[in-house]
Design a protein around this ligand. Structure first.
Ligand SMILES: Nc1ncnc2c1ncn2[C@@H]1O[C@H](COP(=O)(O)OP(=O)(O)O)[C@@H](O)[C@H]1O
Ligand SMILES: O=C(O)C1=C[C@@H](OP(=O)(O)O)[C@@H](O)[C@H](O)C1
Length: 321
């Protein structure tokens, strides 16, 4: 069933996490999309009808208006016509995202970590969950440099100029609010940058270099000038990344929060073929930020919503089989 204008679907009330919103649900409530904080696809003309305690009914209006409810569509396509169930995980992402956004007081979230650790991939979903905007500091650098691509800045102007512009970009970004920022892997190397990053919450995506090398080699190293030419092989990428990681680890460790990929993978009993999904990583990042905001320090050990995360993985494996 493709989601179409005028089509109704039924949703379990809890799936949408709206019970936590400030809106009292009446028979024909209309939630602003910000309060519902759906994911990637936004349908400006969505109205939400409900009776307290009963399933919610969502209807796509044919009159697009900004500020109405929005929600993910890919779930609907998989489901039986007329009904849709969102996984526990989706509900958790929404609830946790809203809770962290409330606790966080509009501060930016800066994702730090090595090339390929997933800052951009994770950053977009994290921003959705929080209702924040997503920014990539490399994009800001390219804008400041008149549209030159990162690799061209390195080639034509050298790394020193790139780093100066990177600092400018971070300074500008830290003047804003409600952003999730994917920083470049080297943003942590200058102490001055920490003054900017420290205005927000910093989260280190700590991913083993082997995993990084696999990911980066798979997409090619063309856009990452520090890794050599565009077709560097796994072994040489692994060597370069290992060297960089040794040089930078102490800097990354300064982040307020740390997402340890290895610990997450262990607790989810993941294998090399079935690594933790991006969504499971985002849930865990939100848990880490939540803990930091509540206690002013990192989690002593990963405070996983482990059972939940495991359920998610199992559900996915079952539906993929
Ligand atoms: N959790 C993940 N599992 C599998 N692949 C991932 C994951 N996160 C990122 N990737 C992939 O790794 C590559 C690098 O990710 P990216 O988000 O660009 O990293 P960064 O922004 O930190 O350099 C991309 O091809 C992306 O699809
Ligand atoms: O690690 C680094 O020094 C760099 C990482 C890159 O960003 P990503 O981490 O997004 O790949 C980019 O800023 C530039 O190639 C330098």
């Amino acid at each position: 069933m493709a989601m179409q204008v005028g089509h109704s679907v039924t949703l379990p009330r809890t799936s949408y996490g709206v019970s936590n919103s400030n809106h009292a649900l009446k028979d024909t409530s209309m939630l602003s999309w910000k309060s519902v904080r759906r994911g990637k696809q936004i349908f400006p003309g969505v109205s939400l009808k409900s009776s307290s305690g009963r399933p919610l009914s969502l209807q796509i209006s044919d009159q697009p208006k900004t500020g109405w409810a929005a929600f993910k569509v890919y779930n609907l396509e998989k489901e039986t016509p007329g009904s849709v169930s969102l996984s526990e995980f989706e509900a958790r992402l929404t609830d946790l995202g809203q809770e962290v956004a409330r606790l966080n007081n509009n501060k930016n979230i800066f994702l730090v970590g090595m090339m390929g650790c997933g800052k951009s991939t994770v950053g977009k979903i994290l921003a959705d969950a929080l209702g924040y905007k997503y920014r990539d500091s490399d994009d800001e650098i390219e804008k400041i440099e008149g549209g030159l691509a990162v690799k061209e800045i390195f080639r034509l102007k050298g790394e020193t100029q790139f780093r100066k512009t990177e600092s400018d970009a971070l300074r500008k970004l830290c003047e804003k609010k409600d952003l999730v920022v994917a920083t470049g892997g080297g943003a942590v190397i200058y102490d001055a940058n920490w003054e900017y990053l420290g205005n927000g919450i910093t989260v280190w995506l700590d991913v083993p270099v082997k995993v990084l090398a696999k990911r980066v080699t798979a997409v090619g190293t063309g856009s990452r000038p520090l890794l050599g030419d565009g077709c560097a092989d796994f072994e040489s990428v692994l060597l370069k990344l290992s060297t960089l990681m040794k040089e930078r680890k102490a800097q990354y460790s300064k982040a307020h929060c740390r997402l340890c990929f290895e610990e997450l993978a262990k607790s989810l009993q993941s294998t090399e073929e079935h690594e933790p999904t991006v969504e499971a990583i985002v849930v865990q990042i939100l848990e880490e930020i939540r803990h930091y905001l509540l206690h002013g320090k990192r989690t002593p050990a990963p405070e996983l919503s482990t059972n939940l995360a495991r359920d998610i993985e199992e559900n996915r494996a079952a539906s993929a089989a």
